[in-house]
Write a protein that binds this ligand. Structure first.
Ligand SMILES: Nc1nc2c(c(=O)[nH]1)N[C@H]1C(S)=C(S)[C@@H](COP(=O)(O)O)O[C@H]1N2
Ligand SMILES: [Mo]
Length: 433
């Protein structure tokens, strides 16, 4: 924030002098590719004028944080609809719950969680995926190879960021302050990871996958990865993990990993490597960026809110916990009649949801909602019910999902230092007037 303030008083040229990468971000709405980093530098105003198709008589008045409206189609959230931006570098944006009402999340409403800077050239024709490490036959596959050599399947798969709900941690946890909307269930078309790994021949020493994407680290240092996570080989060989090249019947959105990504439903979103270029098999637990330390890990024992926990007491997060989201009514809604339809989705890691209960009296009484079966394994389940509000006034609608192992959503956050796995019940405010 204070940095932004300082920059307001610099001219365009000064900003390019001092920090060309930041200047690109400010003026182009993104960071230019490494070969063209700071490309307005030197040419400066003339180039900016060129982009705008005119000189800028009042350029001295332009606050440097101002993106010229004429460049607005370079908008960071182009192709997205109604998302709220939590951070612009790296780009992180979540979707308000009422915009997640569809059974299948439209691409325009699929959240964005970037750890680094997305690649610029995402043409599907030049893309290759390398499968190597502890496999019998290392492979380099184009997207056309994937389509022709393996069965192509379409599945609805839920991706939820491990940090969804972090905003409600007390004491707060550092990181993106996701509220509810770092979750989505798009239709993904691709090939099964399992089929590709089996074709390469999984060697018996292989215990873990390692995923590599083409995005740059925030530092833009050549070869430095923003994130590289993996999963146990048994998980990687399950049926519902896709190497996807289509999202809702079209090319992937550039921020959702175009042209190729992993989709690992039920586990932290970070397993679902975007801009996927390589998967290698290892005989150790993968130790790439954001696999080690306390990243995507929680204490292996109950801790008190605010407690300092030794690194060695953290375990890697595997399946995500049971959770639900109320997508209608929108919180803050005013309803005219006593009968209100409540809708939403529920999901639980690798399990299925067996029941969703809804309350409108602060959890004293509950009614069972109608619950759909998942359209396939890895998809969230839709629920709906009608509640009857006894008289005019303020109500809270709560939802509580229960999974097939009997786990239910808690009231209180299971606090952990990094702010992961908040699966507390969703509450929405409704006024009947
Ligand atoms: N290459 C790459 N893959 C990535 C990430 C990333 O920063 N780079 N972010 C991960 C995280 S933390 C999440 S939650 C999901 C989010 O997927 P989405 O942005 O398509 O919603 O992508 C994962 N895959
Ligand atoms: Mo994430």
């Amino acid at each position: 924030m204070s940095e932004d303030k300082k920059m307001d008083h610099q001219s365009v040229l000064e900003l390019y002098e001092k920090d060309p990468v930041e200047a690109d971000r400010v003026f182009l709405g993104r960071v230019a590719h490494k070969d063209r980093r700071g490309f307005l530098k030197g040419a400066g105003l003339a180039t900016l004028g060129g982009l705008l198709g005119a000189s800028i008589p009042f350029h001295r008045n332009m606050p440097s944080g101002l993106i010229p409206v004429a460049l607005a189609d370079e908008n960071l959230l182009a192709g997205k609809d109604g998302l709220s931006m939590l951070n612009d570098r790296p780009l992180n944006a979540e979707t308000p719950p009422h915009l997640l009402d569809d059974a299948i999340t439209p691409t325009t409403r699929h959240f964005i969680r970037n750890n680094g800077i997305p690649p610029e050239d995402v043409s599907p024709d030049n893309w290759t995926l390398t499968i190597d490490g502890l496999v019998d036959t290392p492979m380099e596959l184009s997207i056309a190879d994937l389509k022709s050599k393996f069965e192509v399947v379409t599945m609805a798969l839920t991706i939820e960021c491990g940090g969804n709900g972090r905003a409600f941690f007390n004491p707060p946890a550092k990181g993106n302050q996701w509220t509810y909307g770092a979750v989505a269930c798009s239709n993904w078309t691709g090939v099964r990871l399992k089929d590709v790994l089996n074709a390469a021949g999984v060697q018996k020493e292989a215990i873990y996958t390692a995923h590599v994407g083409a995005d740059d680290h925030l530092s833009m240092k050549e070869g430095k990865l923003a994130i590289s996570r993996g999963m146990p080989i048994e998980k990687a060989l399950t049926d519902n993990i896709l190497i996807a090249f289509e999202q809702n019947g079209e090319a992937l959105h550039p921020h959702n990993g175009a042209p190729l990504r992993l989709v690992v439903p039920g586990w932290p979103g970070s397993c679902s490597q975007k801009w996927l270029t390589r998967i290698y098999l290892r005989d150790i637990v993968h130790d790439g960026p954001k696999m080690t330390g306390t990243a995507y890990r929680v204490p292996n024992r109950p801790v008190e809110p605010g407690e300092k926990v030794d690194k060695k007491d953290f375990d890697i997060i595997e399946r995500m916990p049971v959770k639900s989201l109320i997508t209608a009514p929108a919180t803050g809604a005013t309803v005219a009649g006593e009968e209100v339809e409540v809708r939403g989705h529920a999901w639980s890691g690798d399990r299925t949801i067996s029941e969703v209960h809804v309350s409108m009296d602060f959890g004293v009484t509950w009614q069972k909602a109608e619950l759909d079966a998942p359209v396939n394994s890895g998809a969230w389940q839709n629920f709906k019910t009608k509640v009857t509000l006894p008289q005019k006034g303020y109500y809270e609608i709560w939802a509580k999902a229960v999974d097939d192992a009997g786990d239910a959503q808690p009231h209180a956050i299971n606090w952990n230092p990094k702010g992961y796995l908040n699966n507390t019940m969703h509450r929405v405010a409704v006024r009947y007037s």
